[in-house]
Design a protein around this ligand. Structure first.
Ligand code: ADP
Ligand code: MG
Length: 823
């Protein structure tokens, strides 16, 4: 167990800001207003404190050198710079022309050290990445963006797809770092903002083994991380004066999580139950360096200006906490045969054995180069594998998408099947839906074309690591022997019969290709895809047919509705005719009235004595008849008014009518009996008066005529009443019928509008489905094209690998024959 080594470095103040506020004495630092009067009595002690006059050389010498040397010995090592923006982190890690920083010094030192160790052989790989906005980007390969962290039982935590370059000297690494710096700034408009908010991790993987020939010798593998962190200042500032808040958001998530991790690790009172390494990519990558299997040093940089005091205090607090963390570093030895270096060295040794005693220095060099090349191929294989996995993932997504699509279509179908209009056709449709091809093709992932499955061969590509080494990240996958590489048969199976015409193909790096035009791709589309697409097309055809039949139904409905309208208008005409009847009746009453008036006038002219009972009788009869006729007229006009307002015809006058009739009858009877009495009286008193008798006779006959006329009128009235009643009933019936027709028409209207709505929905759904289908087809074709290119590239590699293998073999044979000839 050992503590993390923590140092503080104060950078020189800017010339316009005068002297530093911080006083450094040995390994202590305290805050001074001027150099003599301390503001607070508190001073902090660390493993080292570097003042403004310190150099990167001294920082490296005192703080980092031991960790670098230990890394060469097989210990994991990490050095990182922490502090606010402009406090000197990059200056410390990268340095300047005249005073190189820790990274450059470490790289040189590693190789110097390796050259000093004569009994071991080394293999070095380097990678360079940045974490910006929680995204990992590869600085050695600008196309590798947004890389993912994966965890593997044997490999531990590793950044998938990160480029690792095998290097043979320090200059090569320094050139790589320079190119990485260029990539880092690529596309950024504001470099300062970007660089103060991104972390960069330079990583060296050092593998070594003893030079003696014992095959049981363990391989040592160590990882060295050199990290330049993002600026640690808080960004929340408020008010015109720019008062810095104690609280507020941290610049980025990973720094906050780093603080949390350090806090938890430094808190000795709590058991280390849960350390939130997984909360950020930075802490996940640095996990072994923090409270794990690594030798770690942190250099906390401070800006000495007065307006940076708050941040400087924060940095010192972070440093104090970090000082309490203990790590447990141990040499990482791998005993498994799968270790890359071990296997490779064995092969080289075998060759060397065969070369022994011969003049083979040049050949040995060549073999070394070939071995390096082989390693590169293997790394490339790994990268391709990751890419293929990514492709597989994409394909799966695509399949899900197609499934969704089908669900949509199915829902649509159900909707249509349930529709009232579809009753006749639903059965045919359901039968056609049950056709077995189509759907199952999509779900049957075994038939999905393209991506070859590497599951069966994957184990041979993974370097088996010992359990105590699980914290290490990112090692290249290895093949056990050349025989494990897919042979032609396996290749054929993996590629489902696809044979690349290798003579036609140039070597292509497995990067994304330009999509080829659709028409060409269609002809090369695998049969499964084709049938799937065909199936979808037929479904769309089915939907179109349904749509058409719905249209026909709709037209029929419209026709029916038109017929009904016609009928309704006829009925209306009839109603009008019925309405005319009371009019005609009232006209005939008026005629009767006129005739009656004439009769009365004639009768009046016949009566000479205005006071005679006959005259009175005539007067009474005239009054009653006039009243009767007036009542009739009123009633007809009422009926007509009722028709105009549309209210149902009621007969409030019916009773009155009856009373009038009775009254008339009574009066007439009374008048008649009165007349008879008068007659009798006249008979008894004026028997002799013949003229009077004659007149009386005449009057009597006239009265009888009136009575007859009255009876006729009454009958006519009765008939009119009946007619009126009948017309009223038929009118009511007609109104009801019209009402019913109206309702029917309304419901038809509603149905028509509903079916129009449905038609619209179906049409739009169909359109969407078609669009989605087109997009899917295009995506699928692009994917297939891509996969094809990858397969071709893979095949090319495989071929060159095989040829390389046979080349080595032939060389070996040549050497053997040379050897056997030599003595
Ligand atoms: P950071 O990476 O923390 O944001 P830099 O390393 O970019 O800060 O430093 C900011 C400026 O201060 C740079 O111009 C750098 O050259 C200068 N600087 C930092 N530390 C020192 C030092 N110890 N000696 C001289 N100059 C320094
Ligand atoms: Mg910086």
């Amino acid at each position: 167990m050992e503590k993390i080594c923590v140092a503080v470095r104060v950078r020189p103040p800017a010339p316009e800001n005068g002297a530093s506020l911080w006083k450094v004495e040995d390994n202590r630092i305290s805050l001074h207003k001027s150099l003599d009067t301390p503001i607070t009595t508190a001073s902090h002690a660390f493993d080292h404190v570097f003042d403004e006059s310190s150099t990167n050389a001294s920082v490296y010498e005192l703080l980092t050198k031991d960790i670098i040397h230990a890394a060469v010995e097989g210990f994991n090592g990490t050095a990182f710079a922490y502090g606010q923006t402009s406090s000197g982190k990059t200056f410390t890690m990268t340095g300047s022309e005249t005073d190189p920083g820790i990274i450059r010094r470490s790289v040189r030192d590693v190789f110097e050290r390796i050259h000093m160790i004569s009994d071991r052989e080394f293999l070095i790989r380097v990678s360079y990445m940045e974490i910006y906005n929680e995204e990992i980007n590869d600085l050695l390969a600008v196309e590798n963006q947004r890389l993912q962290i994966h965890e593997h039982l044997e490999r531990g935590v590793f950044v998938a797809g990160l480029k690792e370059e095998i290097v043979s000297d320090a200059e090569q690494i320094l050139k790589l770092i320079d190119s990485g710096e260029v990539n880092r700034h690529f596309g950024e408009t504001n470099m300062n903002v970007h660089s103060s908010r991104s972390h960069t991790i330079f990583r060296m993987v050092i593998e070594s083994r003893g030079k003696d020939n014992s095959s049981s010798d363990a391989i040592r593998v160590s990882v060295l991380n050199l990290v330049d962190l993002a600026g640690s200042e808080r960004i929340a500032k408020t008010g015109a004066g720019g008062v810095r808040l104690q609280e507020g958001k941290y610049i980025n998530k990973s720094l906050m999580i780093l603080g949390n991790v350090i806090n938890k690790l430094s808190d000795s009172t709590k058991l280390r139950a849960h350390i939130p390494y997984r909360d950020s990519k930075l802490t996940r990558i640095l996990q072994p360096a923090l409270g794990g299997n690594a030798k770690t040093c942190i250099i906390c940089t401070i800006a000495p200006e007065e307006h940076h005091i708050e941040e400087s205090k924060g940095t010192l607090q972070f440093a104090s906490r970090a000082k309490r963390i203990t790590n447990c570093a141990q040499v990482n030895e791998i005993l498994t045969d799968a270790a890359l270096l071990k296997r490779q060295k064995l092969e080289i040794e075998e060759l060397r054995m065969k070369l022994q005693g011969s003049h083979a220095e040049v050949l040995e060099q060549e073999i070394l180069n070939l071995s390096n090349q082989m390693l590169k191929y293997e790394l490339e294989c790994e990268r391709l594998k990751t890419q293929l996995e990514e492709e597989k993932r994409k394909q799966k997504e695509q399949e899900n998408c197609i499934k969704e699509q089908q669900m949509k279509i199915e829902n649509l179908n159900n909707f249509v099947t349930n529709s009232d209009f579809k009753r006749n056709q639903s059965e045919d449709f359901i039968i056609s839906r049950k056709t077995p091809d189509g759907l199952c093709n999509v779900n049957d992932t075994s038939d999905v074309p393209g991506t070859p499955c590497f599951k069966s061969t994957s184990r041979s590509f993974v370097v088996a690591r010992s359990n105590n080494y699980s914290g290490l990240s990112d090692f290249s996958p290895m093949v056990h022997s050349l025989g494990d590489v897919a042979d032609e048969d396996t290749w054929m199976k993996l590629n489902k019969g696809f044979v690349a015409d290798l003579d036609q193909i140039q070597f292509t790096p497995a990067v994304k290709c330009q999509p080829t035009p659709l028409s060409i791709a269609t002809t090369e589309c695998p049969r499964e895809n084709h049938s799937e697409v065909e199936d979808l097309k037929s479904r769309i055809q089915l939907l179109t047919n349904e749509n058409d039949s719905l249209q026909v139904k709709f037209n029929e409905q419209v026709l029916l509705s038109n017929n009904l309208m016609q009928e309704m208008s006829e009925l209306k005409q009839e109603t009008l005719t019925v309405k005319e009847i009371p009019n005609r009746l009232s006209e005939s009453v008026a005629n009767c009235k006129d005739v009656y008036k004439d009769v009365i006038v004639t009768m009046k002219s016949l009566i000479t004595d205005k006071e005679s009972p006959t005259a009175n009788l005539l007067l009474g009869t005239t009054e009653i008849t006039t009243s009767l006729l007036a009542t009739l007229e009123t009633q007809f006009s009422m009926i007509m008014d009722g028709q105009k307002t549309g209210s149902s015809i009621d007969h409030p006058l019916s009773d009155h009518w009856e009373t009038l009739r009775v009254n008339l009858k009574n009066t007439t009877t009374l008048l008649l009996s009165d007349a008879q009495a008068k007659d009798e009286f006249l008979n008894s008193h004026n028997k002799g008066q013949e003229t009077a008798a004659l007149e009386e006779k005449k009057l009597k006959s006239e009265l009888i005529i009136i009575k007859e006329r009255y009876n006729e009128l009454e009958n006519e009235l009765c008939l009119d009443k009946q007619l009126l009643e009948a017309s009223r009933e038929s009118h009511e019936k007609l109104i009801k019928e019209v009402q019913f027709l109206k309702e029917e028409r309304d419901s038809l209207d509603r149905k028509i509008s509903q079916s129009t709505q449905r038609l619209r929905v179906i049409a739009s759904d169909k359109e969407n489905a078609l669009k989605d289908l087109n997009v899917e087809v295009k995506r699928r074709k692009d994917m297939e094209e891509e996969i094809k290119h990858i397969s071709i590239a893979f095949a090319t590699r495989h071929k060159s690998f095989v040829s390389f293998h046979s080349e080595i073999k032939s060389k070996m044979q040549k050497l053997t024959t040379q050897n056997s000839k030599a003595p």
